[in-house]
Design a protein around this ligand. Structure first.
Ligand code: ADP
Ligand code: BMX
Ligand code: ZN
Length: 289
């Protein structure tokens, strides 16, 4: 039998079936609704689960936001169209009639990336640079979720006290400078109104404004990686998310890392599971529970 895996991000919701022998099939994707009302997220979840639920015996979810006691609470509601909280477990159990396991999206991706490397490492962190900036921390083979689900929310650590206001209410968070939404928000003139994907395209065409915004994002992530090394002595840090995996981005972060003190440098790797780390992590984590 399969597990129905769902990854709810600020931009897209993906789903797939993952079998006991680790075959991923029927990958589908829809746009995350941008609405402060729960109805549209409910309808999106019905739409994405309906074709798959009869082929599964459980549901494993990786979702943006703080996941605690089955409830999704946004730390940054801007990333979910203003939606602040949502009864995710209850809703998915009712829609599918199946048992559901939930984890934050970046914590889930962290678990998948650790699981892939568990023979050789014991301490690592994962950063997704996507709609927001999410994270997860593994210490001695254990995933930190925290009593309230907040552990690893690395995007809300301080990058610049004079920086822009983050949707979480704090000023100068990493997420407010480095995320896909922040990249888009910084664009002016010929790039105004473009999303991060379009700004990356301009970067590859040599646009100087795009270069400067993307370098600023990468430098901010390199500083975050350095802080993680100083805090956890990680063996490696893994990057994911559509910005983290975008062509040329990891090289910029790695280049910025070489400017840091040698003792605080750490290998920075691309996610083995690419864009599906959240889906895999949700399933692998559910199997451990
Ligand atoms: P989610 O946050 O829903 O998990 P993603 O990881 O795809 O989704 O991150 C969404 C962000 O990544 C958006 O800001 C989008 O503009 C940006 N993005 C999507 N595709 C690319 C790409 N090929 N190159 C650079 N940025 C991208
Ligand atoms: C935000 C926060 C995190 C999440 C991260 C990446 C919300 C809604 N989300 O920091 O919980 O892990 O974004 O999420 O507060 P993504 O949507 O970019 O994948
Ligand atoms: Zn913040």
């Amino acid at each position: 039998m399969n597990t129905l895996a769902i990854d709810i991000g600020g931009t897209k919701i993906s789903a797939a079936l993952i079998s006991r022998d680790n075959q991923l099939t029927q990958h589908t994707q829809i746009t995350t609704p941008a609405s402060a009302s729960p109805t549209q997220l409910y309808e999106a979840l019905v739409a994405i689960t309906t074709p798959l639920k009869n082929h599964a015996d459980s549901v494993a979810v990786a979702s943006t936001g703080i996941i605690c006691n089955g409830i999704l609470t946004a730390l940054n509601p801007d990333n979910l169209g203003g939606l602040k909280d949502f009864p995710l477990k209850e809703t998915l159990s009712a829609i599918t009639g199946l048992p559901c396991w939930l984890l934050n999206d970046a914590q889930a991706a962290t678990w998948a990336e650790y699981d892939y490397r568990r023979e050789t490492i014991s301490d690592m962190a994962f950063i997704t640079v996507s709609t927001g900036v999410g994270g997860g921390v593994i210490q001695q083979g254990q995933l930190f979720t925290g009593k309230r689900g907040i552990a690893g929310h690395l995007g809300h650590t301080l990058a610049d006290p004079h920086g822009p206001r983050c949707g979480c209410g704090r000023y100068g968070c990493v997420e407010a400078i480095a995320s896909g939404r922040a990249i888009a928000a910084q664009a002016t003139g010929e790039l105004a109104g473009k999303d991060a994907k379009a700004i990356f395209a301009a970067f590859h065409q040599g646009n100087s404004q795009a270069k400067s915004i993307i370098k600023h994002s990468a430098n901010t992530i390199a500083n975050l990686v350095t802080d993680i090394k100083a805090t956890t002595d990680a063996d490696c840090v893994v990057l994911g998310g559509s910005v983290g995996l975008a062509k040329g981005y990891i090289e910029l972060v790695q280049a910025a890392m070489t400017q840091q003190p040698l003792a605080l440098q750490v290998p920075i790797l691309s996610a083995h599971y690419h864009h599906d780390a959240g889906l895999w992590g949700a399933v692998l984590w559910a199997r451990e529970q």
